[in-house]
Design a protein around this ligand. Structure first.
Ligand code: NAP
Length: 293
């Protein structure tokens, strides 16, 4: 623990949409935060919020109490941790928040064991807004011994922590289930808006018809609004959603369960990405049904 304040110093590796939001939430909570990002501009943008920027992962993690990774996928996390290893010290806590899937999280746990750091499989539920506001839900699988030490970090980034299991893997499996819901829901919103337009039904009439009833959800209105206003700034990009959909389908295949809806969602994301919408918000799956737009 940082002696002066008795709060942990956190090294955030990866300051994309989620990492930069979490870094700002940690800083607002009064924690000392070091940041590193492959593309330096995104880390430097956090200086005005009080973060210390490091030029390499090893410098960022040196002396930190907690290492928080928020990177794209399992291979990226593994590579960045290898690069960080000269700065790692035994006993550090590693909160791994990226969505990497159950297989990769076990590989990362093995990497942690080699480095003598304690691994927490900690994927998060929530997107850009909740990350910025410290309102994520964090699923955690890892040894309970450091719960108290991790509490200031988990409380800063999330409104809720769900402790799933003592061994890594459980949290990543729960995350895939939760993302199956989100990914198919966004596809349903896109198809309803697309069908409404094609049938010359005002999509707003559809939104109004569901409003306040048992079929309503705030997510429907948020994602439909993005389409109707044309603001496709990514909270969760199409290409990231496709990566997660593939993790879900791989896990389902291994478990011998057939996910027809999720396969269809994957096909839509592939088409949307191929049409140039990969960096837009995942509601741009809409364009998979509108080849001419
Ligand atoms: N956005 C969401 O709503 C959401 C919600 C829950 C969980 N997640 C998960 O959180 C993680 C981050 O997502 P995000 O939305 O923040 O994505 P993002 O904005 O695209 O950020 C991805 C981060 O990973 C880095 N990165 C990618 N490949 C790398 C590599 N090979 N080596 C080093 N760094 C690499 C990027 O660096 P550069 O800046 O240099 O490209 C960036 O810092 C993903 O696992 C995602 O599935 C996202």
């Amino acid at each position: 623990m940082s002696s002066a304040s008795n709060t942990p110093t956190v090294a955030v590796l990866g300051t994309g949409i989620m990492g930069s939001g979490m870094a700002r939430s940690l800083l607002r909570a009064g924690l000392s935060v070091r940041v590193w990002n492959r593309t330096p501009d995104k880390a430097e943008a956090l200086v005005k919020d009080g973060a210390a920027v490091h030029a390499d992962p090893a410098g960022a993690v040196r002396g930190a109490d907690v290492v928080l990774t928020a990177l794209n996928d399992g291979p990226a996390v593994a590579a960045v941790l290898r690069a960080a290893s000269p700065g790692v010290r035994p006993g550090q806590l590693w909160l791994q928040t990226s969505t990497v899937g159950p297989d990769a999280t076990l590989e990362l746990a093995r990497q942690a064991t080699e480095l003598k750091v304690t691994y927490y499989d900690s994927p998060v539920l929530g997107t850009r807004g909740p990350a910025e506001e410290g309102k994520l839900t964090v699923f955690v699988s890892g040894p309970p011994a450091a719960r108290e030490a991790l509490a200031p970090v988990l409380d800063a980034i999330g409104q809720r922590t769900v402790w799933v299991s003592h061994e890594p893997g459980g949290a990543s499996r729960l995350k895939l289930v939760a993302n199956t819901w989100v990914i198919n829901l966004v596809g349903a919103v896109a198809e309803c808006v697309g069908l409404a337009k094609a049938l010359q039904v005002d999509p707003r009439l559809f939104l109004d018809a569901l409003s306040g009833g048992p079929l309503d959800t705030p997510y429907l209105h948020a994602k439909a609004a993005a389409l109707l206003t044309g603001d496709l700034t990514p909270s969760f990009a199409v290409s990231t959603a496709l990566k997660d959909t593939r993790l879900i389908l791989d896990a389902a295949e291994q478990a011998d369960v057939r996910l027809d809806l999720t396969q269809a969602s994957a096909d839509r994301f592939v088409r949307a990405e191929a049409a140039g919408h990969g960096a837009e918000d995942m509601i741009a799956t809409y364009f998979a049904g509108h080849a001419k737009e």
